[in-house]
Structure formats: C-alpha cells, structure tokens
Design a protein around this ligand. Structure first.
Ligand code: GDP
Ligand code: K
Ligand code: MG
Length: 297
C-alpha cells in the first residue's frame, strides 16, 4: 500500500459501434449514462471518470477522429489530433469480428501524428475463436508501434483488469480532479436546460418571469442512439405553473415538442423529452434548494 495517488486522461477512439460505450460501462459501472457519439461536437467530451483507491482516470471520447463526412470534419480532425497529443495514453479500439477495415486504416493514419503511448484494444473477442485474433494482432503490429495490444470483450469484461493495471502505469502522480461519485460529465446538460427555458419563455410570450429554471433530472441512453431526458421546470407561483401547462397540457406539449427538436439537433440523436412543472416558492433564495437543483458549481 502506497500513498501515491495517480490521475490522468485517456482518450478512446475507434469506429462507430466497435464498443466504446460498452467499454466505458464495463470500466466504470452501469450507472453511467453516455451521450450518443453521433453528435458532432468540436469539443472532446468526457465519457466517464473512474475513481479507485489509488487512481482517477478520466476517459475522453474524441469523436472528431472518425472519417469526416463533411468538410467541417477537417477542422474537427485537427482538434481531435491535438487532444490525442495531450492525453496520457490513447486507446484505439477495433472489432475482432469485422477485421481490418477502411475506418481503422483512416484512424491509424491519423495516429501517426500522435506521440503518446497508444494501446490497441481488439474488442468483441467473445464473437471469434482465439486463433482468429492472432492474425489480427500480427497485422496491426506491422502497421503501428503500439505500446501494447489487448484482446478484450467489453461486453463480458474479459481482460479489463489487466488493461486497467497497465493504464495506471502510464498516468502520472496527480490529484483527484473529480469527486468520487462523479462518473460522467455532460457538457450538454447546461445547454439542454437553456433550450428548454428558452422555449418556455418564447411560447408563454414571457408571461412567466426569466427566473424560471429548467432542471435536468436525468439523461439516459435508452436504446441505441435514443436518449431519454427528464427535466423539471421550476416556477415560483402556481399561476405560472398553470400558464406553462396550458389548456389540457397544450402549452407544455408545444414547449416540449420544440425543445425536443432543438435538443435532437444538438445531440444528433433521437430524444424522448419528459417535462414536469413544479412550484417552488422563492426557490432562488433558498440555499438548500439551490443545492437540490444542482446549481452548486
Ligand atoms: P460505440 O459506438 O463504439 O460506442 O459502440 P457501442 O458500445 O455502442 O457498441 C455497439 C454494439 O456492439 C452494441 O450492440 C454492443 O452491445 C456491442 N458490443 C460492444 N462490445 C462488445 C463485445 O465485447 N462483444 C460483443 N459480442 N458485442 C459487443
Ligand atoms: K454508438
Ligand atoms: Mg458510443
């Protein structure tokens, strides 16, 4: 037992559907809700934070590294490459079942600009025979100087412990950046709440004050690329609640419909939006309620 605490950032890249989200769930636990990586943001998103006794690893998803579909993609690839040179290690995930493909080749080319240790994760090994993995390892060894190659099954959790031990060797001594119970970060969270608030103000023609809040209670990937978002609109007065709900719920329905469309554009995914309206008298002045509503930062 040592007192050394380590912390660092690890980027995970790979073609869509190779199993990056599944890997994160397995590493961090099932409670994490992961945003769709279809959303083409230029920012790198934090996928998950793993805290153990002796280390904290922040996993970062770099969506821009996928082969760009639009011209904007060139810029995003640049941003992604810059990120890859700032992390402590890079995990490049490929699919054992599908073998080497164009998408993998594209990422390998990009990785040539990267001067950090790169681990190859050959995922979905549960779908193939062990002897099918060896030729893949040979093939990739020829193409890139990987730090190490790990055949894994993110779904079944095979070989994940060994990988984690290895990753810890590659991160420096450092502080715990996030609280222990902090497993994921949704940079979109704030924007989503603002989009909802904006629709409330727009459709009620400002009959309710700007002080209303939209509190995001839950964001969860329900099925593939379908995200459930549950939010509460908090008002100060019962009359305001009535206005927001409208006749037989018509106002709230309209607010929800338009907010949902904007959120879908933001995330690049299908969204189920569930909205509630609550009255909290004078909630802005009550410290404890501010905590409850997640305005702590
Ligand atoms: P991402 O797009 O890279 O995030 O991929 P996902 O994690 O969403 O996984 C895509 C699909 O592959 C899902 O249906 C997963 O259940 C499946 N999958 C992921 N990892 C494994 C694995 O190790 N074995 C098997 N059999 N399926 C996997
Ligand atoms: K996916
Ligand atoms: Mg994913």
């Amino acid at each position: 037992m040592t007192d050394i605490f380590k912390s660092g950032f690890i980027a995970i890249i790979g073609r869509p559907n190779v199993g990056k989200s599944t890997f994160m769930n397995q590493m961090i636990g099932q409670k994490i809700a992961i945003m769709s990586d279809k959303a083409q943001t230029t920012r790198n998103r934090i996928q998950g934070v793993l805290t153990t006794d002796d280390a904290q690893i922040v996993f970062i998803d770099t969506p821009g590294i996928h082969k760009p579909k639009h011209r904007l993609g060139d810029f995003m690839v640049k941003v992604a490459e810059d990120t890859l040179n700032e992390v402590d290690a890079v995990l490049f995930m490929v699919n054992a079942k599908e073998g080497y493909g164009k998408g993998d080749q594209y990422i390998l080319e990009r990785l040539k600009q990267v001067n950090r240790p790169v681990f190859l994760l050959i995922n979905k090994t549960d779908l193939v025979q062990p002897e099918e993995v060896l030729p893949l390892i040979d093939l990739y060894k020829d193409k890139y100087d990987f730090e190490e190659i790990f055949p894994i099954s993110a779904l079944e959790g095979n070989n994940m412990e060994n990988l984690l031990d290895k990753l810890k060797e590659h991160i420096p001594e450092g502080p715990q950046y996030y609280p222990e119970d902090h497993v994921t970060d949704h940079p979109e969270r704030f924007i989503i709440s603002e989009l909802i608030r904006e629709k409330v103000l727009e459709f009620t023609r400002e009959e309710v004050p700007h002080s209303i809040a939209a509190v995001i209670e839950n964001i969860e990937e329900k099925e593939k690329e379908k995200i459930l978002i549950q939010a509460t609109i908090v008002t100060e007065r019962k009359t305001q609640k009535g206005i927001i709900i409208g006749k037989q719920g018509s106002m709230l329905k309209n607010i929800g419909k338009h907010a949902r469309k904007d959120i879908e554009t933001l995330l690049g995914s299908k969204v189920y939006l569930e909205l509630w309206v609550k009255v909290r008298k004078d909630w802005r002045n009550k410290e404890s309620q501010l905590h409850e509503f997640g305005f702590r930062h």
